[in-house]
Design a protein around this ligand. Structure first.
Ligand code: SF4
Length: 319
């Protein structure tokens, strides 16, 4: 990962949750001490089981949640000193379900131009021009701008979501499960569209997905999250070829099945996913780890860097 259009430094998000009547509250550590950098034009895949903190991380980057500790820098500027509009100019999201994320009562043209209108960028004539331009770019006939979301196919709706995210030419697009609500036949088209847009506009992607096949297809670097922490990160090709953390190895075992789109495996992780309110001591993966030793139960492993790879494990190595 190079110098970084996005830099996350020791980011943490703690939610206070009720422990029941008269018993006060408990801390839920959704994201703990997360650090990474993403260089211009790169695609960072953030992977892990649901509840691992990747969606909270996305909300922190988008400014939809406030950091409890640490900091996030967009093009060198701290999000703590930026308003929502400033963040929105730099980062735009594409969400999982294109139907749910598009207002059914608005025309396609109004939906795509929304970021420009919300941020007061340009006038009506410029909005129309930019809508036409971006629709052409994402492969949508501009005549569809007068239609409504329910008149479009699932793939066309996700193209609308891509067009809306890109219309202001943001530096970063945060894709949260961008293809998981789509038919398999359409998924490849949207993935190829994202690749084309990266080449055409130099956009940087943060790709959040539980679908490792999608991440392998798109990502240049990968960060694997477990219970709010990054347990392994590095160049995508190396992580997919030689995972060093036992959790990454377990995740990737599903990719090696004949149907990699099965998602995360359930069979090889014996114990249940721990409750994030009651974190296991030491390495939080130890109740499920086939390689766990005594030290793992008491001492949390620090992330160690080696040749661009970072692994937080007392006993990293090939499976
Ligand atoms: Fe497994 Fe120990 Fe490494 Fe944690 S630190 S992943 S328990 S070997």
């Amino acid at each position: 990962m190079n110098a970084g259009i996005l830099r996350v430094e020791n980011a943490a998000k703690v939610y206070r949750v009720s422990a029941g009547m008269f018993r006060g509250g408990l801390d839920l550590h959704a994201v703990s001490d997360v650090s990474f950098r993403v260089g211009e034009g790169e695609v960072l895949g953030l992977v892990g089981e649901s509840g691992c903190g990747k969606t909270t991380m996305a909300k922190l980057i988008l400014g939809l949640e406030a950091l409890t500790r640490g900091n996030i820098f967009l093009e060198g500027r701290s999000v703590r000193k930026m308003g929502h509009r400033e963040i929105a100019r730099r980062v735009q999201p594409i969400f999982q379900d294109p139907y749910a994320s598009l207002n059914p009562r608005k025309s396609i043209g109004a939906i795509i131009s929304l970021p420009l209108r919300a941020l007061g960028m340009g006038n009506r004539g410029e909005w129309d021009e930019k809508v036409r331009e971006i629709m052409n770019l994402v492969g949508l006939p501009p005549r569809l701008r007068h239609n409504y979301p329910n008149q479009l196919s699932g793939g066309q709706r996700q193209r609308v979501a891509v067009a809306r995210a890109l219309i202001m030419r943001p530096r970063i697009v945060l894709c949260d499960e961008p293809t998981s609500a789509l038919d398999v036949s359409v998924q490849a088209q949207i993935l190829n569209l994202l690749i084309d847009m990266r080449e055409a506009m130099g956009v940087t992607y943060i790709l959040i997905s539980h679908d490792l096949a999608v991440v392998e297809h798109l990502a240049t670097s990968v960060a694997v999250m477990y219970l709010g922490r990054i347990v392994e990160s590095g160049p995508a090709a190396e992580i997919f070829r030689h995972p060093l953390h036992p959790y990454t190895q377990t995740l990737l075992a599903s990719v090696l099945t004949p149907d990699p789109r099965k998602g995360l495996p359930k069979v090889s992780l014996d114990a249940e996913y721990p409750n994030p309110i009651r974190m296991p001591p030491g390495c939080s993966f130890h109740p499920r780890c086939p390689r766990a030793q005594e030290i793992c139960r008491s001492q949390r492993p620090e992330a160690r860097e080696d040749g661009g790879r970072r692994v937080a494990c007392h006993f990293p190595g090939p499976a």
